[in-house]
Design a binder for this molecule. Structure first.
Ligand code: DGJ
Length: 729
């Protein structure tokens, strides 16, 4: 049993294969305290680590220091207003304006399995795979019930948390802040990493020292955003890929978030994560419940590499759903960078015809096929085929593509509305905006109020009609602007603060409908590149477009940061044309292919117009994908050298879980003059086995490859790359 309660110590002991997480109840007044998270313990007698015998003492023993106690006790779920001045997780407001809240333990329930979170994405597992603790707390003055929910995935070494808040009082109460998780660590001598970026530069790894005070990242954009990803890892100083302790949190949510590490006055660290309290308030009427989205927590005692592999294992088996979860994805060719808006049936068929000859398996028609959309100024919301472009209609095009032996996919941007659209002319009040205030356009579009069912139904029915009209096997769900001017015409006074979260619930509801109605569909989420690459979206789509920057060298940092949390099988990665459309760089076609191999793999170019020598390389790249994708999708990922750290070269490895093979990708970014080849030390092999380099036929023992290493292949020129495949003999 992964979770046990011991009455003698009043301790909850949550165990996975290699970690322990321990909570304890205060005797006199049962506050829930955090005791320990880290390497697995063999004994649960650790409640003394709550330091209850030191001042400030437990208030029921000596109430003179209740506030001081509140500011020192390691609360498992912190509340606002009664003395804890560190970051609170829960802040409420009663009808008469009071904001204080204090939680004490009531009861608990431990059971096998893990319940779903109604309307929200969440990890899942069978009764054999996970155990759940529901710890019910109460503020007796407010009659507010707060259930702290923990699940452990024992074999995967991961823990999840969420919170259910129920108003048991007669009067309504407003939640002004309801975060999902709080973790107390002893000491502040830590560093932390986050994933920072911008459009076309998503998820670059940012590393800083933790000091006293609050260190936070967040999004208020209504999406998780390009700028900060809902991930934070606090770690011991000097942590590497292989060594050091790491405490990581990742939010299974796609909207506004706050992730924060706080160095506190008594040299403790409090890490919190949840829906950002700005742009948020939620009224709970009598009996109503609010569910805080899930946070995944991972502890690693062996550096960032182990943390990464734990996230990958969890998400590949317990978050991503559907038919494509464990399947090779079709190699697609997307026409966005090939044609932008300038295409018609003939052009698409010419691309498909050439692509099919080269072994590419699916054509994706991107933005511009509907309404009268010749550029990005119009028609979002009018999801009817533009037959001037697609002469003969969509079905004729799809049939034509299918006749070439290829699948067909299509682009939508369901959450948006163009001012120049029939939909907007009919329903201007469906756009999110504030009456009497000039609404901010972005890419000349507004965001639809997806929180309203009638809006969702209208858009969804249009999408369903299109998808039912032809054999469409893939959808790219795009979202190209943040939410601003937060106002819904449908909400009563005092409820506008609910819009951002209700919007996310609406998006989730639509995507759930889509994958239920079309269970064989491959869904790829996207947001102006990788602006919504998060664990919430992975619950609906097995892959997410990583970035609009398809340059192979830029992609090294983007994919490095993305893959620190999210599995390779989820990273949308394509080979595009050069000079690259975002940075103007020209890289070898081989490098573009080998870098894209670390993701879902596909093409984003006009295959009828690229240089012949590039085109000639496609069949070999297709074969390379088919040869290695099972390994890339399912293997253990190791970062052997990071270009973003050394500014010269990059090297990653995927090793089969059974140690039978390993694929190393080496990229010489800047070639150095008069220099020897570099030594690469592999990971994840069987030290006693013999491996053969498939190309050179040279044999090495696993221990030689891992401890002594092998010379990286010699390449000539900047931006060059090489794969090395080692197979157990
Ligand atoms: C942003 C996406 O990231 C691109 O791939 C493309 O689909 C455009 N939107 C289309 O508008």
């Amino acid at each position: 049993m992964g979770i046990q309660y011991f009455e003698d110590e009043r301790v909850f002991w949550l165990n996975t294969k290699n970690t322990s997480y321990i909570l304890a109840l205060v005797d006199e007044e049962p506050f829930v305290g955090h005791v320990y998270y880290g390497k697995k313990l063999s004994d649960y007698h650790v409640r003394h680590l709550m330091r209850l015998e030191e001042g400030p003492f437990i208030p029921s023993k000596n109430n003179r220091d209740r506030a001081a106690f509140g500011d020192a006790f390691p609360f498992e779920y912190s509340t606002h207003g009664v003395g804890d001045f560190r970051e609170s997780c829960l802040k409420v407001q009663t009808q008469n304006g009071h904001e204080a809240c204090s939680l004490i333990y009531q009861s608990h329930n431990i059971f096998a399995g893990k319940p779903a979170l109604c309307g929200l994405p969440a990890t899942f597992g069978s009764e054999a795979e996970c155990t759940t603790l529901e710890l019910t707390c109460l503020d007796p003055v407010l009659n507010l019930e707060v259930v702290l929910v923990y699940s452990v995935f024992e074999d995967v070494d991961a823990l999840t948390r969420s919170v259910r808040i129920t108003n048991r009082a007669e009067n309504s109460i407003v939640l002004k802040k309801a975060l999902s998780a709080c973790l107390q660590l002893d000491g502040i001598d830590y560093e932390y990493i986050t994933l920072h970026g911008s459009w076309a530069r998503e998820r670059h790894i940012d590393r800083r020292a933790l000091t006293h005070g609050k260190h936070s990242i967040s999004s208020l954009r209504g999406e998780s955003g390009h700028q900060d990803n809902p991930f934070i890892a606090v770690m011991t100083p000097g942590t590497t890929q292989e060594a050091g302790e790491v405490y990581a949190m990742n939010f299974v949510y796609s909207g506004n978030f706050l992730a924060q590490a706080e160095g506190c006055q008594f040299d403790t660290t409090r890490i919190v994560m949840g829906i950002h309290p700005e742009n948020f308030s939620w009224t709970l009427e009598k009996g109503e419940q609010f569910i805080c989205p899930e946070v995944v927590m991972v502890y690693s005692d062996a550096g960032l590499g182990k943390m990464t592999r734990t996230f990958h294992d969890l998400y590949r088996s317990h978050l991503i759903r559907g038919e494509y979860r464990d399947k090779k994805r079709p190699i697609l060719i997307n026409n966005w960078e090939a044609t932008y808006f300038n295409f018609n049936t003939e052009k698409l068929l010419s691309i498909a015809e050439e692509a099919s000859k080269l072994g590419i398996e699916m054509l994706v028609m991107d933005d511009g096929w509907f309404g009268h959309r010749e550029d990005d100024n119009t028609s979002l919301g009018d999801w009817t085929v533009n037959e001037d472009k697609l002469s003969g209609g969509l079905k004729a095009l799809v049939d034509g593509v299918n006749a070439l032996g290829m699948k067909f996919g299509i682009w939508f941007e369901p959450e948006m509305i163009s001012p120049d659209s029939d939909l907007y002319r009919k329903h201007p009040d469906w756009a999110i905006q504030i009456p009497d205030r000039l609404a901010s356009r972005c890419r000349n579009q507004y965001v639809l109020d997806i929180s309203r069912k009638e809006v969702r139904d209208c858009i969804y029915e249009q999408i369903k009609t299109v998808l039912s009209s032809a054999n469409i096997e893939y959808v790219k769900w795009d979202m190209n602007r943040p939410l601003t001017d937060l106002g819904s015409f449908a909400y009563p006074a005092g409820r506008q603060g609910e819009l951002s979260h209700r919007y996310m619930l609406g998006v989730y509801e639509m995507q759930e409908r889509l994958i239920n109605d079309f269970p064989h569909l491959l869904l790829e989420n996207c947001s102006g590149g990788g602006g919504r690459f998060d664990a919430g979206m992975l619950y609906y789509s097995p892959q997410i477009w990583c970035s609009d920057d398809t340059d192979a060298i830029e992609r090294l940092s983007i994919q490095e940061g993305t893959s620190i949390v999210y599995p390779l099988c989820s990273m949308g990665a394509h080979v595009s044309d050069c000079p690259n459309h975002t940075v103007g760089r020209t890289t070898p076609f081989q490098t573009r292919g080998e870098v894209a191999l670390a993701g879902t793999f596909g093409y984003e170019l006009d295959v009828t117009r690229i240089p012949q020598q590039d085109r000639d390389m496609i069949p070999a790249q297709v074969a390379m994908y088919h040869k290695y994708n099972d390994l890339v999708r399912t293997g253990d990922y190791y970062r052997l050298a990071s270009y973003s750290e050394n500014h010269a070269y990059d090297c990653t490895e995927v090793a089969a879980k059974d140690g039978s093979e390993a694929l190393v990708t080496y990229v010489e970014v800047i070639r150095r003059a008069n220099f020897k080849t570099r030594r690469i030390r592999l990971r994840g092999l069987d030290p006693n086995a013999v491996y053969e380099n498939e190309e050179t036929k040279v044999r090495y023992t696993g221990d030689v490859l891992m401890y002594a290493g092998v010379q990286a292949p010699e390449t000539w020129g900047d931006f060059t790359s090489k794969l090395m495949h080692f197979v157990r003999v």
